[in-house]
Design a protein around this ligand. Structure first.
Ligand SMILES: Nc1nc(=O)c2c([nH]1)NC[C@@H]1CN(c3ccc(C(=O)N[C@@H](CCC(=O)O)C(=O)O)cc3)C=[N+]21
Length: 297
């Protein structure tokens, strides 16, 4: 077990502390309290847990939290009307619509109806385009959290070989953009990639974001490489219990890697910390206040 464990839980607590400092300053110097609205459609138990945890941490850092829980059969028109109202509400600086949405709702349409300046998930096409062209944008929380941990551990990422496994709009693609922005040589691998093990073996940085429990074994990892495990998979643990595992086989990867993020306690907590950071950033931009340093890409 040679790898250093990158403690996402501790790092996230530090980021939330920085966010809390900025929130306090916004209140005392400008009379502004950042506000985050979270919209949950339906009753998916996992989503309810995440939304509760986001609301709790939002309040802990001193921000206002607005939770909107809608029936699973909410019409698209009603959801769009709520978003339109949040878009114009001056107390709301960030809007997050929990994904996935029930199947009768058009996810792209809904996301693109959010004011890009309040799109703290960074999923709006306008933010995607800004990120892709290296312009100031709202950056998706999970990739931003991964980037922060990589920068903290390595300092500069310039010239490193990075392989991102997974090509989702939520993690894989924006992660690749951020790594490219930090001058990595970036490969995006996916289910059709030929010789995936060999592709991964070239990487100094491996970001696994496929959503398949423990699919990356240690013998795919170059000795000393840094492994960022984005997967959060709930698997059967016997005796009608479940446990969380990542996309990497932790024990075998930790034997070879130089550093690795655990699941739980790695990327997950950083995602929520970055959501709070994005909300402060959005609030500062909306009010012409200097935005916090080190909390954006
Ligand atoms: N619009 C939108 N934005 C999201 O950011 C978003 C979303 N929809 N839908 C669902 C996923 C999932 N997600 C997680 C965030 C934190 C943890 C987290 O903190 N996990 C803990 C463990 C939590 C547990 O024990 O279940 C950990 O990894 O240590 C997990 C999952 C954000 N998501």
């Amino acid at each position: 077990m040679g790898a250093q464990i990158i403690d996402g839980k501790a790092f996230a607590a530090k980021v939330r502390g920085q966010v809390a400092d900025h929130v306090a300053r916004l209140k005392s110097d400008h009379g502004i309290t950042p506000g985050l609205a979270v919209v949950l459609v339906g009753e998916d138990p996992a989503s309810q847990v995440y939304v509760r945890s986001k609301g709790k941490m939002t309040v802990e850092v001193g921000m206002n939290s607005y939770e909107h829980k809608l029936d699973p059969d909410t019409s698209e028109a009603d959801l769009l009307a709520l978003i339109a109202q949040l878009n114009t509400d001056p107390e709301v600086h960030g809007i997050l619509v929990q994904l996935p949405l029930p199947k009768h709702l058009d996810e792209d349409l809904v996301i693109n109806s959010i004011d890009p300046a309040k799109d703290v998930d960074g999923f709006h096409i306008s933010n995607v385009g800004l990120l892709g062209t290296g312009q100031k944008s709202m950056v998706p929380c999970t990739p931003l959290g991964c980037l922060m941990m990589l920068r903290e551990y390595h300092g500069s990422l310039s010239g490193m070989d990075a392989v991102v496994i997974g090509r989702s709009n939520i993690v894989g693609k924006p992660m690749a953009q951020l790594l490219l922005g930090d001058s990595c040589t970036v490969t995006i691998a996916h289910s059709r990639t030929r010789d995936l093990p060999d592709v991964v073996r070239r990487a100094d940085i491996v970001v696994a974001a496929v959503g398949r429990p423990e699919m990356v074994p240690g013998d795919w990892i170059k000795p000393g490489a840094t492994v960022i495990d984005v997967g959060i998979n709930r698997v059967d643990a016997g005796e009608s219990k479940t446990r969380l595992v990542g996309d990497c086989d932790y024990d075998s990867c930790a034997e070879v890697a130089g550093a690795i993020t655990p699941v739980p306690g790695g990327v997950g907590p950083m995602t929520i910390a970055c959501l709070l950071a994005n909300t402060v950033t959005a609030c500062c931009r909306a009010n012409g206040v200097a935005e916090p340093e080190g909390l954006t890409a």
